[in-house]
Design a protein around this ligand. Sequence first.
Ligand code: ADP
Ligand code: MG
Length: 252
Amino acid sequence: MTAPALDVRGIGHAFGGLTVLTNVSFEVPAGRIVGLIGPNGSGKSTLFNILNGFLVPQSGSVMMAGNDTRAMSVEARSRVGMVRTFQTPRVFEHLSVQDNIMVGACKLTRSGALSNMLSLPRARRDLALMREVAEAVIERFGLQRLREVPAAKLTSGQRRMLELARAYAGKPQLLLLDEPSSGLNTAEVEALGKWLQTFNDEGMTLLLVSHDMQLMNIASVVNVLYFGEIIASGPMAEMQRNPRVREVYLGM
Ligand code: ADP
Ligand code: MG
């Protein structure tokens, strides 16, 4: 059997005296779309920071495709296919749309910043590859008209799209999305859902945090985080009927 894309076991974490996660366990099977919901402040973004290596958890383990991530840096996780997006989109404000996407493709290359600066032959080849990948992504996402526009000039919907396009340019196997629909209008959320569905059809595994119930319907399984633990998991429709979930999350 294929190892799950992510196997999260017994994760606990506190900030000073504030315990945020006590015992979080769940799996993200390879090739699936898995959801994570929970009230504001329940620790979803903290968990993402642990998954991608920004934070070292105080207890528990994260296995990625069968490999223990304990000794893996953020970059190492990204090189083996884990890419994330942020609750507040992170883009390089002064760079154009095209250059932002090229940064996303950078992880597909092996030359470091030094050989780029020295303009070594391999770096020139890598640059050409990054341009090529960025061009394909620009076309795929229909961003041709925005190619030269600095990220700072984009609307919030366009920034979201750019962040998604940049993540996609790194050809992730596992994409972690932290509230990708916040700041989007209804039509944009619908378009986002379709994009994510196509990524998944191409074989990409997704872990999706969102308050948008419509968007959450693309997930085959949704985990509900409450007071540091996963209190329920199952298809979204089932979660919406679950009395405990309705009480703690949907406020019913
Ligand atoms: P969610 O994404 O579910 O809304 P967060 O993970 O952002 O929740 O936050 C969970 C709790 O942890 C909140 O009480 C938040 O204030 C706290 N928190 C998050 N990051 C830090 C940090 N770097 N230092 C101290 N407290 C933090
Ligand atoms: Mg959050």
